[in-house]
Design a protein around this ligand. Structure first.
Ligand SMILES: [Zn+2]
Length: 480
């Protein structure tokens, strides 16, 4: 039944730009300041004040436009989007409407079944954020205007996505690009990246769009995927019952995993846009555009390709390592010390990411310098320590961030590869474990693992397992 429908999804993504000051005044954008402390007459919308556009905001919007294959418009203008809400004291939001700064871009994604899709971006425009209404402090509603005037870009896609998975992949890619450009921290949980989805369904083959609904309030990447799937199911059910879809705004409830209509009085569609008379048109000429484009870093897609070709990493590894610029930088910094690309990848994807997840920290806060991790890998590779010992050195490095060679020396963890030192231990183990010797002599080869284990224990993990293996075999074979 479901397969006769085609799903149509368009996303509107708001990204909070990480500039120091607000879009039209010098107030700080710092998060977590005391309520209503980062404000001035301009962002409070006092009568007669004049906004001044923050140049960085234009640069960031152009960077995002270039990174998403958009046309950068030489001339764009700001407009007033008029509406009343207590957290927007001016009575309008300064945004861009019919002449945005970027148009006609696209992003490429690959879905889990290997389908390559090019998803068109309609536009990217600059605007200011509204303040924040706080409803959960007693009976009153409080208003914090620190966020009023914080710069945003809105990235609007064409209605081209055909599944929740495509929407999810598109959104993840937007996040990766924003964080690579270092213009937004990409944190959905904290609201610096917000996503609204326009969703409709139609019979396959139909060219006209069905009635759409807008789903808001999805505060994580996984919630976006879930909410879209729930809404698709809801729409199919309605159509199958012979009813009609009502065009409305729905809010996602992450706890109930369902969508609910927004109270209708909170909806307002007639914004009476008109050009902002207090701001000049924004002119981005060729010279400025070229200057900005020189700041474009290597983007995630290109970097992933390079990791695959240059470091011979599996696509899976390359995808994870390039998922954020600081993580990719961390990995490449390990390679300044070691050329064991795959081991470096394993350490990052295993131990490093595990700690980061457990401690809920960022890679920039991870205590071990990448160079020290590289040194640890070299100590294993030159057989100074075993892989097993390395797992004991790692937590020490987490505590002190010391050079691993120093830790190995201080803790006397150097691997015993000296045959004569190991032979003594092997002899003791053999003479103390006669039943197992019998088993070995009767052809049970796997018992060798038992002996290696015993020797490793006896040597407190410092014996080189390969050398132990060789000595054991030669000694046991002489008993045959
Ligand atoms: Zn201000």
């Amino acid at each position: 039944m479901k397969s006769k429908y085609e799903v149509v999804i368009g996303l509107e993504v708001h990204a909070q730009l990480s500039t120091e000051s607000k879009i039209f005044c010098g107030c700080s954008t710092k998060f977590g300041s005391a309520p209503n402390s980062n404000v001035c007459p301009i962002c409070l919308g006092h009568p007669g004040v004049l906004p001044v556009l923050n140049k960085k905001v234009v640069e960031y919007a152009v960077l995002m436009g270039l990174a998403t294959n958009c046309e950068i418009k030489e001339r764009s203008i700001f407009a007033r989007k008029n509406y009343f809400y207590p957290d927007s004291p001016k009575g309008w939001q300064t945004s861009q409407f019919d002449e945005p700064i970027c148009e006609n871009g696209y992003l490429d994604i690959v879905t889990s079944d290997g389908t390559e899709r090019r998803l068109d971006i309609t536009r990217i425009h600059m605007e200011e954020d509204a303040g924040k209404s706080i409803h959960d402090k007693g009976d009153e509603t409080l208003v914090d205007l620190n966020r009023t005037g914080v710069p945003l870009i809105e990235i609007v896609s064409e209605p081209v996505m055909r599944s929740a998975e495509e929407a999810y992949l598109y959104l993840i890619k937007i996040k990766h690009i924003l964080t690579y450009l270092d213009i937004c921290d990409g944190n959905m949980e904290e609201g610096s990246l917000r996503c609204d989805a326009n969703i409709s369904i139609r019979l396959k083959g139909e060219t006209e769009l069905g009635t759409k609904t807008e789903v808001k309030n999805m505060n994580s990447f996984r919630n976006v995927e879930k909410a879209i799937n729930v809404e698709i199911e809801r729409q199919i059910e309605i159509i199958e019952e012979g009813e009609r879809i009502i065009q409305q705004t729905l809010l996602w409830d992450a706890d109930l995993e369902d969508v609910f209509p927004m109270r209708s009085k909170e909806e307002s569609h007639d914004y009476r846009y008109f050009p902002e008379p207090d701001l000049m048109p924004v002119i981005v000429d060729e010279e400025w555009k070229n200057k900005i484009s020189q700041k474009l870093p290597e983007l995630p897609e290109a970097r992933m390709e390079r990791f695959i070709t240059e470091f011979k990493l599996p696509e899976y590894d390359a995808g994870i390592l390039t998922s954020s610029r600081p993580l990719a930088d961390y990995y490449e910094n390990i390679l300044t010390v070691t050329d064991d690309y795959k081991s470096a990848s394993n350490w990052v994807m295993g131990n490093v990411l595990k700690i980061i997840k457990e401690e809920k920290i960022d890679i920039s806060e991870f205590p071990i310098y990448p160079e020290n991790l590289g040194k640890l890998i070299n100590l294993i590779n030159d057989k100074t320590i075993s892989g097993k010992i390395a797992k004991d050195v790692f937590p020490e490095m987490l505590k002190s961030n010391d050079d691993p060679a120093k830790i190995v020396k201080e803790k006397n963890l150097v691997q015993i590869t000296d045959t004569s030192a190991l032979e003594g231990i092997v002899d003791t183990i053999i003479s103390n474990n006669q039943p197992q010797v019998e088993q070995y002599l009767q052809g049970k080869e796997t018992v060798i693992g038992f002996f290696v284990g015993q020797v490793m224990r006896e040597s407190k993990g410092k014996a080189n397992p390969q050398v132990v293996n060789e000595i054991l075999r030669s000694k046991l074979n002489t008993l045959k």
